[in-house]
Design a protein around this ligand. Structure first.
Ligand SMILES: *Cc1c(COP(=O)(O)O)cnc(C)c1O
Length: 429
């Protein structure tokens, strides 16, 4: 069968789009080998860990009420602990998002008078109100008399050890906050290796500070996670990488026995901690999603690299460049105007399996400073391991695309994006 004719004749894809995608694929495909090998390595580790903990059907069943002795829950904690190479872990559907688990992590480890020191510049947007960075929101850490300071990354995008050394002389510093992924900023994402080196540096100076790593979007993009370093608490969302597109909600935390104990007291209540928490819907999709996660992350990475390759050929700014090493799944593409940015997000939405008929508009999203447009036609609402694109409507006009449960889906979305952008006069082939 001539598959090209299907796209050209039945889907109305522009022949220039097909040619461009095929050329970009040729540029980037040599990078896919390592990505697939790494996915296979993580897959093998997961199989061993499931076997060690004798994962079986009974772990998938739901529980009710207090959930005492919920074996599905407790075994999933052990699986994450081993996979993330640390002393202990908590995996819970009761955490509603990544922001929720980061917020709980901060509240669990901080007391009035303590200081948070972010060493990767400004944290993710939704944490501003949690900390009380710009305004003192009711219930924020600021209202609980917790101070906040940040150190910018160096001009090379590295963690600034000299500044850390100065700041750590202040004995009120209790938590060091590290964000692995660039999130919605234009800095470089950090690797597990450099995060580990900085934590070694910090722990040589002070043994009485906790290091909390926001690991969102980073899981399985490298051989090891920041939880394998001396980090105290490493947290992330289950509707991103480690949920494999199947986990319907929730978040995880991996770290030291002490940090996880304190977090468990914040999660439920002091004294009760991790002993309670039922899940009537059961745990099958958490185990199955984790099993799928390395493969799904590999598909998303290949999709991000192809997208970078395509827009690089069109002379748009892409970050990271397709050839760069990655430690998260986010791809930034810089457009020339807000109209073009909106057109891109709308084309991504129209190529979605769910609500593909919806036309997204920019809106005032809670927790964000600017209007944001979001394309997320996903099975799990707002899941960004599924193909999605978000963009704050501000200069420079950058769309952050991420996810894609299959490489084929990202490729088809690119065909439609390019065809739409050509039709609207933004690009020429
Ligand atoms: C997604 C994300 C978060 C948390 O966001 P939620 O939407 O609350 O899950 C935090 N930090 C980074 C870097 C993220 O990418």
């Amino acid at each position: 069968m001539n598959y090209q004719n299907h796209y050209l004749n039945e889907e109305g894809i522009h022949p220039g789009a097909l040619k461009l995608i095929s050329e970009a694929h040729e540029d980037v495909k040599h990078l896919f080998y390592e990505i697939e090998e790494r996915a296979q390595y993580h897959q093998s580790r997961i199989l061993n860990i499931f076997a060690k903990h004798r994962v079986s059907q009974r772990h998938f069943t739901g529980t009710t009420g207090y959930g005492y002795g919920d074996d599905g829950r407790d075994t999933l904690d052990l699986v994450f602990k081993d996979l993330f190479e640390c002393e202990d872990a908590l995996v819970r559907p009761q955490w509603v998002s990544g922001t929720h688990v980061i917020s709980d992590g901060l509240f669990a480890l901080l007391r009035p008078g303590d200081t948070i020191l972010s060493i990767t510049g400004e944290p993710y947007d939704t944490l501003h109100d949690v900390i009380g960075i710009k305004k003192c929101v009711s219930g924020s850490l600021k209202e609980w008399k917790v101070n906040y300071r940040q150190i910018e990354l160096t001009s090379q995008g590295s963690i600034n050890h000299k500044e850390i050394e100065k700041e750590l002389k202040d004995s009120s510093v209790k938590i060091i906050l590290i964000q692995r992924s660039k999130g919605y900023s234009t800095r470089r994402s950090l690797t597990t290796k450099e995060i580990g080196e900085s934590i070694d540096f910090i722990k040589q100076l002070r043994t009485d500070v906790f290091v909390l790593v926001d690991n969102c979007y980073g899981e399985f993009t490298e051989d090891r996670e920041p939880s394998s370093t001396k980090a105290d608490l490493v947290v992330g969302s289950l509707i991103k990488n480690p949920g494999g597109g199947l986990a319907p909600t929730g978040a995880y935390a991996a770290g030291t026995r002490e940090a996880i104990r304190l977090l468990s007291y914040r999660l439920t209540s002091p004294g009760i901690g991790r002993e309670v928490g039922s899940n009537p819907a059961g745990y099958q999709y958490y185990y199955q999603g984790l099993f799928m996660a390395p493969h799904i992350v590999a598909e998303a990475l290949k999709g991000a690299i192809l997208s970078a390759g395509v827009f690089d050929r069109l002379k748009y700014g892409t970050f990271p460049h397709w050839s760069e090493r990655r430690s998260d799944i986010i791809q930034s593409i810089e457009f020339n105007s807000s109209e073009e940015l909106i057109a891109y997000c709308r084309a991504i939405q129209s190529a979605s399996p769910v609500e593909g008929y919806v036309v997204p508009f920019p809106w005032e999203m809670p927790g964000y400073d600017h209007q944001v447009i979001m394309a997320a036609g996903t099975f799990v609402q707002g899941s960004s391991i599924e193909l999605s694109a978000d963009a704050p409507i501000k200069k420079p006009y950058i769309a952050y695309m991420q996810g894609g449960l299959t490489y084929a889906h990202v490729k088809i979305a690119l065909m439609r994006v390019l065809t739409a952008m050509q039709k609207e006069g933004y690009i020429q082939f």
